[in-house]
Design a binder for this molecule. Sequence first.
Ligand SMILES: [Zn+2]
Length: 381
Amino acid sequence: MIEPHGGKLVNQALSPEARDTARSEAAKLPRLAVDSSRAADIRNIARGVYSPCEGFFGAEDLEAVITTSRLASGVPWTIPIIYDVPDPSRYEVGSTVAIYAEDRPGPLALLHVQQVCRWDKRRTAQAVFATTDSAHPGAARMMARGDHLLAGPIELIDDERAPFAQFNLFPAETRALFAQRGWETVCAFQTRNVPHAGHEDLQKTVLGLVDGLLIQPVIGAKKPGDFTDEAILAAYQALIENYFPADRVVLSILPTDMHYAGPNEAIHHARMRKNYGCTHIIIGRDHAGVGNYYGPEEAIARFADFPSLGIEPIMIRGDFWFCRRCNRVASERTCPHLAGEHIAFSGTTIRQMIQEGQAPPGEIMRPEVYEALSSVPRIFV
Ligand SMILES: [Zn+2]
């Protein structure tokens, strides 16, 4: 089994016995309410998704990420995990804060405040997104955050799995599952889309190379026009049920925000999947990109900066389509035919057809996938 990132799978979730004590402790502490994005970060820290981090970044780790794309300890890291507050005067170093999630009763976690510091949002955004442009959804979100950071380890009290509990396996659990299935090589497929024929072809090509496939949609804040979490899960369930050998694939979610940080997010995605026990990750064209902020192969190229990352990227170059002459999914690297023979996997066209209640042709999308989508109350964010 591949080692967790930084060598240690973090577990900051309190045991059921310790939770009761923590709940009564929390009742006496200053309260801080967090939105769903911060709540997801807290759960991810506790469950080891962000291993080796045990809490939110302070000035030292943030500076190291900005200048070296590493933690202060030297471990590769490209997107800082930060807890921002607008007004730092309420928080004292050495104190503990009780954190409450908006949508849950009772305390979510305890944050042990080790540092309260200012941060340079503009400089951080430039390092993470290579832009501070307000039209970039990730950069805009970062620029809107509070001016101060609370740093320190957290302890998770409320270890809730919902929503989509049956698809929310934690890193320790996927690792146990892969071991139980005897998988030595596992490839992660990161997604925020419903599957078209190009995705399926790619996933099946990779399944010819590795023991197992982890299809792991990102569940969390997305941008308008993206597919809803329900739509993505329903579509993949239909695809796997009808077209994949069940014992070679695991469908499990990753509850975290999309940052649209392109190359840096590709590294971030790989690092998290390593903690889930994956040995490989598929990195395609414009991975985690948005608009024209990143070149189509910039995410692929970024891996060259991290030769000791541990998890291997399977780099898929090229633009894919269905070719009528080849009678299969093809790309400019595999197909000699003219564009007139090609049916493009255009996200825009697929979205438009679905919006108009029209099934995309079978060359583009499996009818079972379209049917599953049609049964979801809301398909787009
Ligand atoms: Zn062709």
